[in-house]
Design a protein around this ligand. Structure first.
Ligand SMILES: O=P(O)(O)OC[C@H]1O[C@H](OP(=O)(O)O)[C@H](O)[C@@H]1O
Ligand SMILES: O=c1cc[nH]c(=O)[nH]1
Length: 507
């Protein structure tokens, strides 16, 4: 059917059809159509929304992202017809039934994700099926390679390229803000791409965005790394392993991180930037992604096996994940804490030790530091101020204000202090609940939202001492966070009665 194009400035992949036209070509809401720009001969697939009134019969509403490929002008003639279901849907169904993906099937799904041929619901089905039935190592390798091949890749002329990645899951894990400048200050190259929050309340990309833009093309990432030795950018903006961020977008609301996808997500980003040497941080703890050391070792073996298959040398560090790293959760609060350490502050110990240990492993792997000397070399780079200088260079080259200091950043103006209800020791501090509260407060999108944890697990507190301060940029967000905190009770002080159920009350 020939229709005339009406351009609609909405960032939704798809088209809008009048219901009468939809009936004529036998499509319903959510079906696919093939759209051809008759004049330019360009074709694309799109999902259909129908309307009885928003556009007249005889017109096709074309949303902005679809038109990037079709290059239509207002009123241009378009040919529209019902399109077949992509083959990827049958492969996703196979995984739902517990079967394995082949290499070609994986590539087809990843390509359809990148091309937006799959609808958000279909990508969620893919993520959920992989989460429930898992991926074996061959499937993980196919996925990793497909993610890399459907995006841009960096090619540096000098080696080695070093990289670091955390599987996340522990709140407050701002270590990349220290590790990247330390590694770059040693003279090595570290083109660090990060995700935004996946299961947490602030991923490294969300944090870095507080001090500098994080959206760059692959070419820009390469040029900036060549100039200053390192960057901290958002993988989702780069077209480096572009499927990764689209998959993560569907994991975020469910707070899941499907194991096989996690391995592929991390290693695709490393392979695509041309990393030779990779350090992986695997936080282990009751409320993290990895509950115990055995599981952590298994995960480390999987990363190392995948590294072998992809020709990258991988070393893993199982890190303490029972408690948050440092004392802060949420973009501004975390950047403040990391910057303060770069500026010379000598605590929090958990943040400094963890960052220096991981940086030390990378320095030893590269041969910059002699075996056993990595930690102290990293410490020298931090204490001498060279890491701070490097961080400022990274901020500047990414277009941020290099004059930023820990003092110049301000967290959310709305605050609420949670105090100890009695004397005692903090015997429970639930990571997952802290993340839920920080998200309720608006983190990571509201940069000023988050939590400062004054008393970590094991601390002695007296009645009335502050245990947590909740921060929010908006008053209603603070109220939500307070309500969530009341329900979840993320902190338990020894001897606290969690709830009194009086006699006669039905439970
Ligand atoms: O939200 P959760 O699941 O905790 O973790 C996600 C974070 O972990 C990784 O950190 P990095 O890039 O190694 O610093 C990811 O890139 C992301 O920033
Ligand atoms: O980058 C990351 C980190 C953790 N999990 C993922 O899926 N990707």
């Amino acid at each position: 059917m020939k229709l005339s194009a009406k351009l609609i400035d909405i960032a939704n992949r798809g088209v809008l059809l009048h219901s009468a036209d939809a009936r004529s070509i036998r499509v319903r809401d959510g079906d696919r159509v093939q759209v051809t720009n008759v004049g330019a001969g360009k074709t694309a697939q799109a999902h259909v929304d129908t309307t009885g009134s928003l556009i007249p019969e005889g017109t096709l509403g074309v949303y902005r992202p679809l038109n990037a490929g079709l290059a239509l002008a207002e009123g241009d003639s378009v040919e529209v017809r019902g399109a077949d279901r992509p083959a990827s849907l049958a492969y996703i169904k196979k995984k739902m039934d517990g079967e394995r993906f082949t290499k070609d099937e994986t590539f087809s799904i990843v390509k359809d994700i990148v091309d937006d041929t799959l609808s958000p619901g279909e990508v969620t089905a893919y993520v959920a099926a992989s989460y429930i039935h898992g991926l074996d190592m061959d499937e993980v390798e196919y996925l990793t390679r497909a993610m890399v091949e459907t995006g841009d890749q960096l090619r540096f002329s000098t080696r080695p390229i070093v990289d670091k990645h955390s599987i996340g899951g522990v709140p407050g894990n701002k270590i990349s803000l220290l590790i990247v400048p330390i590694i770059a200050a040693s003279g090595l190259k570290i083109p660090k791409t990060s995700s935004r929050a996946i299961t947490g309340a602030g991923g490294t990309a969300d944090l870095m965005e507080v001090v500098a833009p994080v959206a760059f093309s692959a070419d820009e990432v390469q040029t900036m790394t060549e100039k200053v030795g390192g960057v901290i950018v958002w993988g989702g903006a780069t077209n480096i392993a572009p499927a990764d961020d689209r998959i993560i977008t569907h994991e975020y609301p469910l707070k899941i991180d499907a194991r096989g996808q996690m391995l592929a997500s991390v290693m695709a980003k490393k392979l695509a930037v041309g990393a030779d040497l990779v350090v992986i941080d695997i936080p282990v703890g009751k409320y993290t992604k990895i509950a115990d050391i055995q599981e952590g070792r298994k995960m480390a073996r999987e990363f190392m096996e995948l590294g072998d298959r992809l020709n990258m040398r991988v070393e893993c560090a199982l890190s303490y994940g029972e408690s948050l790293v440092g004392h802060t959760i949420g973009p501004v609060l975390e950047v403040q804490e990391a910057l303060a350490v770069l500026e010379g502050k000598t605590e929090p110990n958990s943040l400094i030790q963890k960052s220096l240990s991981l940086a030390g492993i990378a320095l030893e792997m590269s041969g910059k530091a002699a075996p056993g000397q990595g930690f102290s070399m990293a410490e020298d780079l931090l204490k001498s101020g060279k890491a701070l200088d490097k961080f400022k260079q990274i901020i500047e080259i990414q277009g941020g204000d290099a004059g930023v200091t820990s003092e110049s950043l301000t967290a959310g103006e709305h605050q609420f202090v949670v105090r100890a209800p009695q004397d005692g020791y903090v015997i429970e501090l639930n990571n997952r609940s802290l993340i839920t509260i920080a998200r309720a407060a608006g983190s990571p999108l509201d940069h000023g939202a988050g939590i400062v944890v004054h008393a970590k697990k094991g601390s002695r507190v007296e009645k009335g001492d502050p245990i947590l301060t909740l921060y929010a940029d908006r008053a209603w967000r603070l109220q939500s966070a307070i309500e969530v905190a009341r329900t979840l009770m993320p902190v338990v002080v020894e001897g606290m009665i969690l709830e009194h159920i009086p006699s006669g009350r039905w439970i």
